[in-house]
Design a protein around this ligand. Structure first.
Ligand code: 1HE
Length: 260
């Protein structure tokens, strides 16, 4: 299935993985309104049977951020609603039906970094570079970046990126926490699909706890976080699938944790 600027296909042995590709390479996958709304719709109507998703970008770059050509004529009120539209779309990615992995290469800048930071795991290849050029364009982040990016790298680093136009390369990006995996050039999609296959094999309730509950616990005061954790743990443990998985381990049918 291909919408304009967005390609969707299912892969994996059970078609359990959704591969979502930004296909606007001539504009470096810049995110116009149509693309943002297509992303939102896709995550709202994810077909049943999909258990993990991968987002990547066609061409030499993951994403050049907001389509600046659409910024020209907006007044303040329209700008507010536009930002809230991005929030709604990226919230569907972060708090949608399945864990999402971003496979990064080339430019991951501005709104492209905001999209990547709404995903649960980021895999970057060695061509990746990260920047927030909003500072030099006289604007501000508007796609949730001020909330999500400091949670990855801290307020000080994000402030520096925006004040000075600092660009992080792939190695430094991984070191500071913009990506959790760094792979050779051209290998990000393969690694992301490998991780997606593994994630799709987890108990759905565990994946739900990790994508919907853990980030909320992290935002709670400790006392409330402990209580939320206890409730989530008890729900997860009581699922029949959890009991079966624990029994499989105790009876020698499940893999041990392997030293690397
Ligand atoms: C674009 C955009 C765009 C490219 N909006 N058209 N983001 C930025 O400020 C980043 C702007 N882009 C770049 O710095 C570079 O394009 C790249 C480093 C990403 C890639 O460079 P390169 O040499 O491969 O491509 P290019 O020649 O710069 O661009 C190719 C075409 O894409 C060209 O159009 P053409 O008609 O002349 O072929 C560019 O104009 C077009 N293009 N990026 C519109 N972003 C929710 S708020 C989020 C706020 C932000 O994201 S602000 C940051 C915006």
């Amino acid at each position: 299935m291909s919408k304009k600027h967005l390609h969707f296909e299912r892969c994996g042995a059970q078609q359990e993985i959704a591969l979502i590709r930004l296909t606007r390479a001539p504009k470096r996958n810049a995110l116009n309104d149509a693309l943002i709304l297509a992303l939102r719709d896709l995550f709202e109507k994810m077909p049943s049977g999909v258990r993990a998703a991968v987002i990547d970008g066609e061409g030499d770059h993951f994403c050049a951020g907001l389509d600046l050509s659409e910024l020209q004529e907006r007044d303040a009120g329209q700008g507010l609603f536009h930002s809230r539209m991005w929030h709604a779309a990226l919230e569907r990615v972060q708090y949608g039906p399945v864990p999402v992995i971003a496979a990064l290469h080339g430019a991951v800048v501005g709104g492209g970094l905001e999209l990547a930071s709404a995903c649960h795991i980021r895999v970057a290849d060695e061509s990746t570079f990260y920047a927030l050029p909003e500072g030099s364009r006289g604007i501000f982040v508007g796609g949730g970046g001020s909330v999500r990016i400091p949670r990855l790298i801290g307020v000080a680093r994000m402030t520096d990126m925006m004040l000075t136009g600092r660009v992080y390369n792939a190695q430094d990006g991984e070191r500071i926490g913009l990506a959790q995996y760094l792979v050779p050039q051209g290998m990000a999609l393969e690694k992301a699909l490998e991780l997606a296959t593994r994630i799709a094999g987890n108990a759905p309730m565990t994946n739900y706890a990790l994508t919907h509950v853990l980030p909320r616990i992290a935002d709670q005061p400790a006392d409330q976080g402990f209580m939320t954790e206890a409730m989530m743990a008890s729900i997860a443990q009581s699922a029949p699938e959890a009991k079966e998985r624990v029994r499989d381990f105790l009876e020698g049918r499940a893999a041990k944790v392997q030293k690397r």
